[in-house]
Structures are given as structure tokens and as C-alpha cells.
Design a protein around this ligand. Structure first.
Ligand SMILES: *[C@@H]1O[C@H](CO)[C@@H](O)[C@H](O)[C@H]1NC(C)=O
Ligand SMILES: *[C@@H]1O[C@H](CO)[C@@H](O)[C@H](O)[C@H]1NC(C)=O
Ligand SMILES: *[C@@H]1O[C@H](CO)[C@@H](O)[C@H](O)[C@H]1NC(C)=O
Ligand SMILES: *[C@@H]1O[C@H](CO)[C@@H](O)[C@H](O)[C@H]1NC(C)=O
Ligand SMILES: *[C@@H]1O[C@H](CO)[C@@H](O)[C@H](O)[C@H]1NC(C)=O
Ligand SMILES: *[C@@H]1O[C@H](CO)[C@@H](O)[C@H](O)[C@H]1NC(C)=O
Ligand SMILES: CC(=O)N[C@H]1CO[C@H](CO)[C@@H](O)[C@@H]1O
Length: 463
């Protein structure tokens, strides 16, 4: 009896050792995961298995942080088709497809691939990416499928937000309906490829927030979102793909971006069990971050009351409405533009660049070429460098109303707005120059148009 007990004990001990020693971050064609079982990434950061969100009784297949409690889910496979019981099984097919089935073998969710598979297996990587590989091929270019290509509400370090121009894959965030329901909610966050690419957060089809175009160093509208000691941020745009991504500088730092059911886009940092997730930063900080808060040609100044002001050279379209704090109608030029006679440009500094949905760009042009192109194109309302690095390069032209501009006291950007030359000339005085935020004239264009020297002596002074 005792001997039998010993044998059983030894046997189960050896068996548990075997269980531990098999690769627990991988599922092969012969294995599967049932509800209650999990796999863990090699370094123990992420775990994949079945869970129920919030107060829901539904079961979902998802990925969460293994060391973070309460459970924080970063990706859900069957977000639109929940299991109503714990009969779910995840399998890998011979074709390299992940399939989630219930007890009647009904398919609730599956991955896909356009490549042919050879000895396929699914591996949960330390980055939180669930990938389908051929054998042990760990080259990301050769993955048959990866969960990072189908983001949910969370952007993890290393994930791409943007578009694959070749495959058409659209990497965007979509909020959960609620904390209890991971199905697609009202909000999305994506790189909008109309005009110059910019980060846009929408409620349905309506833009709520815009981070602005990437200027080579940062977003024009989120000046603080740039390389620092905690994370690096970058924007990539080429023929193949356009995307943004970030990475933590130290691998021990746990950072995530999440688009919440209420539409707030937050960067959160895990501190410890007692403190939990701390808010690192939020995209929408104040009223001026509400899209088009001050209407067309309005400029939002958060420290000012009222917060909206027409850009210099513009006046409220409907003064009485403007005076009642209804800024939605925006502003119109003081002096109508006259493209044939020739307009000029006024320089604005320290701003978030306007909505680029109706813009045009060429990254090889310089500012001078950009200015003369804008001047010749009568629909062009403004221009700027598309990249501010190394003194500036590239050309960005706005071809519609200038919308969603805010003032920044630092790290803002310069751009040049089309204006009647009379508007530029008449207001030129020393009191005018003293205020650095006011108009500076693009002299070389002005002088070209009027063909005289850009510099004049002030009255009672001689050269
Ligand atoms: C299993 O899934 C199929 C397909 O989604 C569904 O029609 C069926 O009702 C499910 N069965 C159970 C027992 O949930
Ligand atoms: C894979 O499925 C997604 C939606 O589930 C679809 O958008 C995509 O085009 C599919 N890709 C391939 C290669 O079939
Ligand atoms: C991958 O598999 C091949 C063939 O089975 C083997 O020769 C190679 O050493 C493996 N590579 C790694 C990194 O395990
Ligand atoms: C930020 O850091 C990354 C990684 O070091 C680098 O590739 C990138 O060029 C940097 N971005 C800027 C704007 O300096
Ligand atoms: C989402 O949109 C629906 C329909 O427009 C609305 O009833 C619901 O309140 C919205 N939810 C949130 C969180 O805005
Ligand atoms: C962009 O500008 C460069 C330099 O001026 C020019 O050679 C090129 O043709 C332009 N590309 C387009 C698409 O306009
Ligand atoms: C911005 C600004 O002060 N513009 C003024 C420039 O001068 C013209 C003509 O005097 C005024 O109408 C504008 O208001």
C-alpha cells in the first residue's frame, strides 16, 4: 500500500516536472487550451486564457498582465462573440489558424493567414503579442498572423497604430462598450491618412480630438509626447506602411495606452500592488483639446477668458453669437482675400497646427518653394514645414479652412497664413512687433509682390 502510494507520488511529481518543463508559451497543432488553462510568455509578463470582464458572466479569450492585479486585459480575441459558458477551447489547425470553438464545435472566432503553414504553432511573446509561426521561425516578417495586427482598446509598447499600405491592414484602437463588455464601443483612435497623416480620436464619425501632424520630433498638438527618459516615440511613413509606435526605455517599466469606453485616451503606468495603475498622461487635457472648439480661424488660449479668439487678421463671422460664447461659427478674414492681385502671409508661432485633413504635402520641398506654391494656388490658406528637424524641411499646404488651432507657450510650431496684403502692411508698427505672438510679415513674399525693400525706417529715423 505504502509502496503504491510512493509510486503514485513519484509519478505525479515527475509528471508535474514534465508539465513545467514543456514550452508553456506555445500551443502546437496537437495541443489546445481549455477554459481554466493558460499559457504564459517566456519572461512571465503576459498570460493568455479565458476570463470574464467586470460583472459579466460571459467568457472571452484574452491576454492580460500576469503580475498585475486586478486583472488588466490588453487584448480580446472573441470580443464580438462571447461564450456563454466555460466550454471554450482554443486550437491551432494544420493550416496555421487559431480557432476558438465551443462544446458543439461551433466556431466563435478564428485568426486567418494568406500564407501557407509548415509545422505551425502559436506563441505568446513577452511583448504581449500572440503570434502564429512556422516551426521556430521567429522573424516577425514571416509570422502567419499576429494579435498586434488586430488591436483592441490597448496600445502596448512596440504595437503599431496606423496603416499597412500593402495589405491594407488598419491598426487602430477601438474602445470597449463598457468595463463589462469588450465589444466595440463608440470611440476609435487612428491615424487619419486624408492629407498629411495625423492622429485622430472619433466618437462614431465625429472627431473629438486630434493630436495633430507629426513634425519629426513630436505631435504638433501634444508637445510633451516625445522621446524622454521613460519612453521613446516615433512616426514611420514609407511606401509600405505609415504608423506610430512607442517603446519603454527600461523593460521593467509597465506602460500602456488605453482608449476607455468614455472616449478618454490615457497613458497609464503600473506602480505596484498598493498603488495600482497611475495616470501618466491623458490626451485630452482641457477645453482647447476639444476638436474645433473655437471654430474656423479661431485660436484657443487656455489661460485666457474667454478662451477663444480670432486669429490676427480675422474677425468673428457672427459677432453677436461670438459674444455669447458660441464660437462654433468661427472667424472670417477682416479683408477679403484677392488671389489675383496677390496676397501675403502672416507668421504665427507657438501653435498646434490646424487640421490636416484637407492638406497637401511634399517632404522634399523647402519652405521657400512651399511659400511660392501656396501663393500661386488660390485655394491654399496656409503653409508650414512638415518636419521641424534641422531648421525645418518639407512642405505642408492647407487647402481649406483652418480648424482646431490652439496656442502653446512652448514647443508649439510656426506656420504662415494667407492674408490680404493690406492687412499685413497697415498693422505694421513697433507696438505691433513687441508682442511676439502677433503677426510677423513674410517679407520676401511681400517685397516680391510690391517690389520694394522689406525694411523701412521708423518715422523720425533715417538709415
Ligand atoms: C456554439 O457556437 C455556435 C456558433 O457560434 C452557436 O450557434 C451555438 O449555439 C453554440 N453552442 C453553445 C452550446 O453555446
Ligand atoms: C483576416 O480577417 C480580418 C477580419 O477578421 C480581415 O479584415 C482580413 O482581411 C483577413 N485577412 C486575410 C489575409 O484573410
Ligand atoms: C529551429 O529549427 C531548426 C530545424 O528544426 C533547427 O536546426 C534550429 O536550430 C532551430 N532554431 C532554434 C533557434 O531553435
Ligand atoms: C526617438 O528614439 C528612437 C529610439 O532611440 C529613435 O529611433 C527616434 O529617431 C527618436 N525620435 C526622435 C524624434 O528623436
Ligand atoms: C454611444 O453611442 C450610443 C448611440 O449613439 C449612445 O446611446 C451611448 O450613450 C454612447 N455611449 C457613450 C459612452 O458615449
Ligand atoms: C516634391 O518636391 C520635389 C522638390 O521640389 C519635386 O522634385 C517633386 O517632383 C515633388 N513631388 C511631388 C509629388 O510634387
Ligand atoms: C489684426 C489687426 O489688428 N488687424 C487690423 C489691421 O488694420 C486694419 C485696417 O486698419 C484693421 O481693420 C484690422 O482690424
Amino acid at each position: 500500500m505504502n509502496a503504491l502510494r510512493t509510486v503514485v507520488f513519484v509519478f505525479s511529481y515527475v509528471f508535474s516536472l514534465i508539465r513545467i518543463s514543456i514550452a508553456v508559451d506555445t500551443i502546437t497543432v496537437n495541443q489546445h487550451i481549455r477554459d481554466g488553462e493558460t499559457i504564459t510568455s517566456a519572461g512571465g509578463t503576459f498570460e493568455l486564457g479565458f476570463f470574464s470582464p467586470g460583472n459579466s458572466k460571459n467568457r472571452y479569450l484574452g491576454i492580460w498582465y500576469k503580475k498585475v492585479a486586478p486583472r488588466t486585459v490588453v487584448w480580446v480575441a472573441n470580443r464580438e462573440s462571447p461564450l456563454t459558458d466555460s466550454s471554450g477551447v482554443l486550437k491551432v489547425t494544420q493550416q496555421g489558424i487559431l480557432v476558438l470553438v465551443n462544446d458543439t464545435n461551433g466556431i466563435l472566432w478564428n485568426s486567418n493567414s494568406s500564407h501557407s503553414a509548415l509545422d505551425p504553432n502559436a506563441q505568446l511573446l513577452e511583448s504581449g503579442n500572440l503570434v502564429m509561426r512556422n516551426g521556430n521561425d521567429s522573424d516577425p516578417e514571416n509570422f502567419l498572423w499576429q494579435s498586434f495586427d488586430y488591436p483592441g482598446d490597448t496600445l502596448l509598447p512596440g504595437m503599431k497604430l496606423g496603416r499597412n499600405r500593402v495589405t491594407g491592414l488598419d491598426w487602430y484602437l477601438s474602445s470597449w462598450k463598457s468595463a463589462d463588455d469588450p465589444s466595440k464601443g463608440n470611440f476609435t483612435c487612428e491615424i487619419d491618412l486624408n492629407g498629411f497623416p495625423q492622429l485622430v480620436l472619433r466618437n462614431g464619425f465625429v472627431i473629438n480630438f486630434r493630436a495633430g501632424p507629426w513634425n519629426g520630433v513630436r505631435y504638433s498638438g501634444i508637445p510633451q509626447l516625445t522621446n524622454n527618459s521613460v519612453y521613446t516615440f516615433n512616426f514611420v511613413s514609407n511606401e509600405k506602411e505609415v504608423y506610430i509606435f512607442y517603446n519603454t526605455v527600461h523593460s521593467s517599466v509597465i506602460l500602456r495606452h488605453v482608449l476607455n469606453p468614455d472616449g478618454s485616451l490615457r497613458k497609464l503606468k503600473w506602480t505596484d500592488k498598493n498603488t495600482g495603475w497611475t495616470l501618466y498622461s491623458t490626451a485630452q487635457r482641457d477645453d482647447c483639446d476639444n476638436y474645433a472648439f473655437c471654430g474656423a480661424y479661431g485660436i484657443c488660449k487656455i489661460d485666457q477668458s474667454p478662451k477663444c479668439e480670432c486669429m490676427k487678421g480675422f474677425r468673428p463671422k457672427f459677432q453677436s453669437k461670438w459674444d455669447e460664447a458660441d464660437w462654433s461659427h468661427g472667424c472670417v478674414p477682416n479683408t477679403p482675400l484677392d488671389c489675383q492681385k496677390g496676397d501675403g502671409f502672416a507668421k504665427f508661432s507657438d501653435v498646434k497646427l490646424p487640421d490636416t485633413q484637407t492638406s497637401w504635402f511634399n517632404v522634399s520641398m523647402n519652405l521657400k518653394e512651399c511659400a511660392s506654391l501656396c501663393l500661386r494656388k488660390c485655394t491654399c490658406t496656409a503653409y508650414a514645414n512638415s518636419d521641424i528637424r534641422g531648421g525645418g524641411s518639407g512642405c505642408l499646404l492647407w487647402l481649406g479652412d483652418l480648424i482646431d488651432i490652439r496656442e502653446f507657450t512652448q514647443n508649439g510650431q510656426e506656420f504662415y497664413v494667407r492674408m490680404a496684403t493690406s492687412e499685413l502692411g497697415m498693422n505694421f508698427s513697433f507696438s505691433y512687433l513687441r508682442n511676439i505672438n502677433l503677426i510677423q510679415i513674410s517679407w520676401y513674399i511681400y517685397s516680391k509682390v510690391f517690389n520694394f525693400s522689406p525694411c523701412i525706417c521708423a518715422s523720425s529715423f533715417i538709415p
